[in-house]
Design a protein around this ligand. Structure first.
Ligand SMILES: *Cc1c(COP(=O)(O)O)cnc(C)c1O
Length: 335
């Protein structure tokens, strides 16, 4: 039941190197599902890139990044109730509330911190107008920078510049930013650290190819039922069982494409499948998208062969268009 991601390693690593060269102070981000590669693998790639810092999302993810020898930045802000490691000098904490900064400053070992400034994202951060209250707390910590997390739209560079200037009037320190286009980073001055995940790991077009395998092929006669839901095809067809299910992050595509009554009518006329609940699948056969025969199972999916397409055999590969930020493949194969 294997779902594999094939990586054109030469192409992928050339892109990693090019991104490194184009991005001042690059800090690779390896969090969550590790952008489909897994955090462990990205930790080793970050080591090969020679960067000094790797960012993870949460405190428990630090363990997955053990293969990286440098500083590990935790992007989720420190909170007293999160069970952060007490005195691990590899760890660089993000602090986003005055109360938390005060608590950290009272610890005996002067933790390494970035202080987060609130942006128009309004997720975490100390509001710019309260930054003067940060100053007296800085003696108790090792301030390694100011950090801002910007939205993906709008004039983020101007916002970053304004907030960084304000923060640097409190204490001169590097500025850690996300989602500022590489071409704009120069406007922010020196000492910029740019955190990049998607654009780094997933930015090389054509380097990644996720493949499922045909596990079974069933000819369906008209009206013959199949699946947990015992649906049937009025005109019959070919049912394929392919590897890849909900455990891999294979989900029903938003059914909006077939949501109107008219489209449902078309769907019904086309295949005779009970049109209600019919959903596009991410599996590609004969260069064409396919339909789920029913919602994906845990580790495999039932899909319908597009009419007229050559019938594959068990063991054949099937292309899958996954969202890499939610995919969990069984195997990453470098070529
Ligand atoms: C996840 C995250 C990033 C990386 O985002 P991408 O869009 O994947 O590049 C950068 N900064 C912060 C604070 C994040 O949480």
């Amino acid at each position: 039941m294997t779902l594999r991601m094939h990586v054109d390693a030469g192409r992928w690593r050339r892109h990693l190197q090019a991104t490194l060269a184009a991005t001042p102070g690059l800090v690779p981000v390896a969090k969550g599902n590790g952008y489909g590669f897994g955090i462990e693998m990205l930790a080793h790639e970050a080591t090969a890139l020679g960067v000094d810092t790797l960012a993870v999302g949460t405190y428990p993810e630090i363990d997955s990044a053990a293969g990286f020898g440098g500083t590990v930045l935790v992007l989720s802000p420190w909170r007293p109730f999160l069970g952060a490691p007490k005195d691990d000098r590899r760890v660089l904490h993000t602090v986003s509330r005055l109360d938390d900064l005060a608590e950290m400053a009272a610890l005996p070992h002067r933790p390494r911190v970035l202080v987060e400034v609130l942006t128009s994202m309004r997720r975490h951060g100390i509001p710019a107008e309260r930054l003067d209250e940060v100053r007296p707390l800085l003696d108790g910590v090792q301030l390694e920078g100011w950090t801002v997390h910007l939205p993906l739209v709008g004039d983020t560079t101007s916002e970053a510049q304004r907030l960084i200037d304000r923060a640097r009037s409190v204490r001169e320190a590097p500025a850690w930013v996300s989602h500022v286009p590489a071409a704009q980073l120069a406007r922010l001055g020196d000492g910029i650290r740019s955190r990049v995940g998607t654009g780094l790991w997933l930015g090389a077009p054509g380097a990644l190819d996720v493949r499922s395998t045909v596990l079974d092929v069933h000819n369906l006669s008209p009206g013959q039922t199949f699946g947990y839901r015992q649906r049937s095809l009025r005109r019959g067809g070919v049912l394929l069982v392919v590897s890849g299910g909900t455990a891999h992050g294979i989900a029903l595509a938003a059914p909006s494409a077939v949501s109107t009554m008219r489209q449902r009518g078309i769907a019904a006329a086309e295949g005779g499948l009970q049109a209600l609940g019919r959903a596009r699948s991410p599996f590609i056969l004969d260069g064409r998208g396919t339909w789920f025969a029913e919602p994906p199972h845990m580790q495999c999916s039932m899909i319908l062969l597009p009419s007229g397409a050559p019938v594959p055999r068990p063991g054949d590969d099937v292309e899958v268009r996954v969202r890499h930020t939610i995919a969990h493949v069984d195997e990453v194969v470098l070529h």
